[in-house]
Design a protein around this ligand. Structure first.
Ligand code: F6R
Length: 614
């Protein structure tokens, strides 16, 4: 998740861009940059200034730049393609340096476009997908001599998601803007026209904004803003008045980051899958292992901590079911002290949102010394986990701010599912046709999550009210449900401080059932699966002892109401993908309980977002 800001008007652009970028910085800050127009004898030129690291570094650099420029674009980057570095920082420029762009999103067909453009003599300076946009616009501009028309032509060639702003030294004072699947807002203020990827960047200057829709374009000038559709036909989009304060604006109108991030999960599923199926084949280009090496794998360890460990529990089910390779999941803090059996045909999959968890890193180093191939799954490009692994899949969750992981978990499960599909395909256990079908269904989980978010809020709040005064709660399930129960229990205890434990439902009678007295909350994942009936029998045992039963069930399962006090539904989904959909109500349940108990859901006590000590 990167941040865009642009301004054209009568005031010093560099000050407006820096203050906007600082407001966007909470989303990610591995590099930042601006392109500022500069009038000089003989015409206008563009100054492009970039720095690796936080916006403060860019600000110091700009201190020495004169404040005459009144038009420019800026960007703060959270790396997705290409490591965090000066060359990969935005803005990116055309070969002649007269067009500069900033971009949020992912260009799926950038590799083909880059080859094609290089074939026509374009020189690329970065490893990013974004740079193709600068060269496409450059080519189109040579024909049209109209920045907005050139941007429209470039967008027609690009497959993927974009929020983009472009400036051109030959059209001083103009910013051309487009959007598809990546937010862009545009507004007029007293001193000019503003564009940003988030209202927070420009809220001091304008509160009446146009939220650009997919396929809409805009030309900003100091005095005016024109909007067109993809054919160049003028349109008049609706203006929205924003009355949020700064705190609400940072959270996108949500009361807390945790809720905002839970609501981002459909996008995380989509983004993590972008570019992963090319010409009908699974495509994990950062794999770092050849198909021959993968085929030799005869044992998999998933090593991780906390929520990432729970993503590993889901992966174990999939890797063993589909690829038929034995898979163990271990807390990274235990793995390295246990002398596990590792051979050159062992694959160690290290899962870490932050990519810098000390226990996970130590386990990676140990596994490599012992001869294992190590594959990383992380959310942070260029992080130590990525650098120290043989190959990596990046989850596309973007920066997660709430301490409790939500959207990162979904990104991890989706990425691990891709890995399981790949192993199954390489081992010949699933056909290409089966892999394609499963990939499609995996993509459908985005809509299924959205359905849960749109329809289950009231049921989740009722269920939360039933837990709020409890001293303890049990989360139960079987199969995938048991794995999901672990994540539900962790979420509840870490943000609401209510003791919670997860148990395989069939194990209840071997001990934990002694805990149950009237009103004790038992939260079950009992979706339609091969073990549904068994789970229901276990729940009946709890019901008989007076437990208050909350069930995450499959839509249409009315029978479950006979034993459940509260039912939260998810859409019907293949058991293999149920973790993605069924975890969402448990995240929301934990948040509701925490709020009812007066807890800070974004910053729970005693915890840190990144755990860099062993
Ligand atoms: C729980 C949570 C933690 C992390 C754990 C590992 O909500 O966020 O349990 O999952 O500290 O962190 P990463 O994934 O960064 O290695």
């Amino acid at each position: 998740m990167c941040g865009i800001v642009g301004y054209t008007g009568t005031k010093a652009a560099k000050d407006i861009l820096i203050s906007g970028l600082k407001r966007l910085e909470y989303r990610g800050y591995d590099s930042a940059g601006v392109a500022l127009e500069r009038a000089q004898e003989g015409g206008t030129t563009l100054d492009v200034i970039r720095r690796v690291g936080k916006v403060a570094g860019l600000e110091s650099e700009l201190a020495g730049v004169d404040a005459a420029s009144t038009c420019g674009i800026g960007h703060t980057r959270w790396a997705t393609h290409g490591r965090p570095s000066m060359v990969n920082a935005h803005p990116h420029v055309s070969c002649d340096g007269r067009i500069a762009i900033v971009h949020n999103g992912i260009i799926e067909n950038f590799a083909e476009l880059r080859t094609e453009l290089e074939g026509r003599g374009h020189r690329f300076a970065s490893e990013t997908d974004t740079e193709v946009f600068a060269h496409l616009i450059e080519e189109a501009y040579a024909q049209t001599h109209d920045l907005l028309a050139a941007l429209r032509e470039a967008c027609a060639r690009v497959v993927g998601a974009y929020g983009i702003a472009a400036v051109c030294a030959d059209e001083p004072g103009v910013i051309a803007v487009a959007r598809k699947d990546s937010p862009i807002i545009i507004g007029r203020g007293e001193h000019g026209s503003y564009v940003a990827s988030d209202i927070i960047a420009v809220i001091d200057a304008t509160r009446d904004v146009v939220v650009l829709e997919d396929g809409q374009f805009a030309r900003l000038t100091p005095a005016d803003i024109e909007y067109t559709d993809a054919q160049g036909v003028p349109i008049e989009p609706a203006v929205t008045h924003i009355d949020w304060d700064i705190d609400m604006a940072e959270k996108g109108g949500y009361p807390d980051f945790m809720l905002k991030e839970i609501y981002e999960q459909p996008r995380v599923v989509r983004d993590t899958l972008v570019g992963r199926m090319t010409a009908g084949e699974l495509d994990i280009d950062e794999l770092g292992l050849s198909m021959e090496e993968l085929n030799l794998i005869d044992r998999v360890y998933v090593i991780a901590c906390g929520t990432s460990y729970h993503a590993g529990l889901i992966a174990k089910n999939l890797i063993e079911a589909w690829a038929r390779i034995p898979c163990e999941v271990e807390a990274a803090s235990e793995f390295r002290y246990r002398n596990p059996i590792i051979t050159p045909s062992t694959l160690v999959v290290a899962v870490s949102q932050s990519g810098e968890t000390a226990d996970t890193l130590a386990a990676i180093r140990d596994a490599r010394i012992k001869g294992a191939k190590v594959f990383g799954i992380t959310n942070v490009v260029g992080s130590p986990v990525a650098r120290e692994s043989d190959g990596v899949i990046y989850t596309k969750a973007n920066k997660e701010i709430a301490v409790a992981s939500t959207k990162s978990f979904i990104g991890q499960v989706v990425s691990l599912t891709l890995l399981a599909l790949l192993l199954a395909q390489v081992k010949g256990k699933l056909t290409t046709g089966q892999v394609r079908m499963l990939f499609r269904e995996l993509g459908d989980t985005a809509e299924q999550i959205q359905w849960v978010l749109d329809t289950q809020g009231e049921h989740i709040r009722d269920a939360a009210a039933a837990c709020v005064d409890a001293h303890s709660a049990l989360f139960v399930g079987r199969g995938m449900g048991a794995a999901i129960a672990n994540e539900g229990a962790l979420k509840l205890k870490e943000i609401s401080y209510l003791h919670a434990e997860a148990y395989a439902a069939g194990e209840m009678k071997h001990g934990p059932i002694a805990l149950i007295d009237p009103g004790f909350p038992v939260i079950a994942v009992a979706t339609k699966s091969p073990v549904y009936d068994k789970t229901v029998s276990n729940l009946k045992e709890c019901e008989a002892r007076g437990a208050r039963i909350i069930v995450v069930a499959t839509e249409g399962d009315d029978d479950i109401r006979e034993i459940a006090d509260h039912v939260i539904y998810i859409p019907r989904v293949r058991d293999a993908f149920c973790a993605i959909t069924a975890t969402v109500p448990l995240q929301l349940l934990a948040r509701e309980v925490a709020l009812m108990r007066g807890c800070d859901v974004d910053q729970p006590r005693n915890l840190a977002k990144s755990v860099t000590v062993e």
